[in-house]
Ligand binder design. Structure first.
Ligand code: ADP
Ligand code: MG
Length: 589
């Protein structure tokens, strides 16, 4: 009780708090209440659900309102009708001993006339859902042009639900010199956009770590034959050109073996396990921190001390013996507010373990397919194209330009582009166009019959894969891109899946029924003045009919040799002699 008093709350509130039985302030209350009581300031507060955010803004708001005036002074926006009512109820309990204070709830699905009457009687505080609020402002039923305080509660949810435009319109009818308090559990890009656009040097309060929730990690599994594990690992790496990952193996021997094979195949890999000397381990960890190693193959024990924040992928080459260990593994990614992906390479006989893990982590896995050779080719192709585009021009080439122009004389732009791309791509294509499908055909969950639609390429599970020309460079990760697509297309939460964000482009899937909607929506579509373009990807997952088993195997064996050569060549002659390890591998090219 005395602790609440120390925050600066007045007698009326302290009495109500006593009635409620609150004994000590929660962390978010302790941090925000003094700031909000003392200063007229904008504020962003991040705290998980259930941490007492309502009181964190409710107490100071009630204390600062002049209840003798009937003017509307405070507005609280909240995403749903339920929350709106819940906040109103809580606030009314807090304000129990404040005479003349009216707190009114405004939300859709109830009589607008009745709500309007309540407002007319004088509501110093209005708690509202954005849709109804905008509606009532439009009809002249509410005047919020004199408010002093605007609170955006559960801001991430409101934006998730597509209320950005409504919020913008509502805020445009409020006075400039008010204080805006934003409360949110997470801080996705859209929320920081709001903070930047509509707030004035907000103070920031964070409780716990930002996005500490495990929901920043996406869990995926890939069903393959036991002998295809290594090949699958390589494909996962090739399908993610910017990968920065920890690959977990069960034993020291496997760890060493997989790392050695990866290095031999031209990847920037390293091993971390207990048979290495301390000195060797330090060297590996240093290279990993500097991202000279993109794939750190490790045992569970050795990986315990890894304190690197921006790991993009955790790959379970094999599942751990103890299921509990999985959490430690996946927790290596999705740290410090970033999102991450935890992949499991699994055989059919181990599938039941996925259920056990799901129960343990209280999150669902997504069944995914090892990308087909053509799909990887496509990813690498776009990667190469954007790499060329983003390459800084070396002015030393100017001297040679006249001669080079002579060489290229007579080639038009399109031809030239095709040729430049083909220099690298042909070698790559010739490897991956021959490889087999690695996905174990039975035992995957949720498989559907193919559904075709007007010549679009529909994959075996009835979904269509798309290419979109935004990626990490534009500030997206799989979560925010999913949110963006969902909001833009106004489709359901689970209608967009298999979101793979690469450096400057991404892929995603939807069921075939959404294809028209998507292609129409993204015709001439601009974000921040830039065209955002979506196309149907040419290689839907699963690739095309290369399932002949024996043929596939033999070819695979041949091409493995071929590939080693290709990788060496593509690195240039100086690296052919063993320097590969220290060179940063950037995709295939
Ligand atoms: P959030 O908005 O952060 O999800 P709420 O404001 O809805 O959290 O609070 C969650 C629950 O905790 C509510 O039932 C509320 O009455 C209760 N509560 C809030 N502050 C305290 C406190 N200091 N002590 C005890 N219970 C509290
Ligand atoms: Mg809340």
């Amino acid at each position: 009780m005395t602790k609440f008093k120390a925050l600066g709350l007045n007698e009326a509130l302290l009495q109500a708090i006593e009635d409620l039985g609150f004994e000590t302030p929660s962390e978010v209350q302790e941090k925000t209440i003094p700031i909000l009581l003392q200063d007229e300031t904008d504020l962003v507060a991040l705290a998980q659900t259930g941490t007492g955010k309502t009181a964190a803004f409710g107490f100071p708001l009630i204390q600062k309102i002049h209840s003798e005036s009937r003017t509307t002074q405070g507005v609280i926006l909240s995403p749903t009708r339920e929350l709106c009512l819940q906040i109103t109820n809580e606030m009314q309990l807090y304000a129990k001993y404040v005479k003349g204070l009216n707190i009114v709830a405004i939300y859709g699905g109830a009589s607008i006339v009745e709500q309007s009457k309540q407002i007319k009687r004088g509501a110093q505080i209005i708690v509202a859902t954005p849709g109804r609020m905008k509606d009532m402002i439009g009809r002249g039923m509410i005047d919020i042009s004199k408010i002093d305080y605007c609170i955006l509660d559960e801001a991430d949810e409101m934006l998730n639900m597509g209320f950005f435009e409504d919020i913008k319109d509502i805020l445009s009818t409020t006075p400039k010199e008010k204080s805006t308090w934003l409360f949110s559990a997470t801080m996705p890009k859209e929320v920081s956009t709001i903070a930047k656009k509509f707030m004035n040097q907000p103070q920031e309060v964070t409780v716990g770590t930002k996005n500490s929730g495990v929901d920043t990690v996406q869990h995926e599994y890939y069903v393959v034959g036991g002998r295809d594990r290594y090949e699958a690992l390589k494909r996962l790496a090739d399908a993610n050109p910017g990968i920065f990952s920890v690959v977990f193996c069960r034993t020291k021997r496997d760890t060493q073996r997989v790392a050695e094979k990866l290095i031999e195949d031209g990847y920037n890999a390293g091993a971390l396990h207990g048979d290495l000397s301390q000195n060797q381990r330090d060297l590996v960890m240093n290279s990993f921190r500097k991202k000279q190693i993109q794939m750190l193959v490790a045992t569970d024990v050795a990986a315990r001390g890894i304190d690197v924040d921006d790991i993009s992928h955790v790959i379970n080459y094999q599942l751990p013996d103890e299921i509990e260990t999985y959490t430690h593994r996946s927790g290596r990614t999705g740290r410090a507010g970033k999102s991450g992906i935890s992949m499991v390479i699994i055989t059919r006989s181990e599938l039941r373990k996925i259920k056990t893990i799901e129960n343990m982590i209280k999150q669902q896995f997504e069944t995914k397919k090892i990308p087909s050779g053509m799909e990887i080719c496509e990813i690498q192709l776009y990667h190469l194209a954007s790499k060329i585009r983003n390459t800084k021009i070396n002015n030393a080439v100017d001297n040679y330009l006249p001669a080079i122009n002579d060489v290229f004389e007579g080639l038009d732009r399109e031809e030239l582009i095709k040729k430049i791309i083909s220099v690298e791509f042909t070698r790559f294509y010739s490897y991956y166009s021959k490889v087999k499908d690695l996905n174990s055909s039975e035992g995957q969950r949720g498989e559907r019959e193919p559904r075709s639609s007007k010549g679009t390429e529909v994959s075996s599970d009835g979904s269509v894969r798309y290419f979109i020309n935004v990626g990490e460079k534009d500030g997206y990760d799989w979560m925010s891109l999913k949110d963006f697509l969902r909001d833009t297309l106004e489709i359901g939460k689970d209608d967009v899946y298999r979101v793979d964000v690469k450096d400057s482009f991404s892929f995603f899937n939807t069921d075939a029924q959404f294809t028209d909607l998507i292609l129409n929506t993204f015709k001439e579509f601009k974000v921040d003045g830039r065209f955002v373009n979506v196309e149907v990807s040419k290689s839907p997952e699963g690739g095309g009919g290369r399932r002949g088993k024996d043929k596939g195997r033999r070819r695979d064996k041949d091409s493995k040799k071929g590939k080693f050569k290709e990788r060496s060549f593509s690195k240039g002659s100086s690296q052919r002699t063993g320097k590969r390890r220290s060179k940063k591998r950037d995709g295939f090219f």
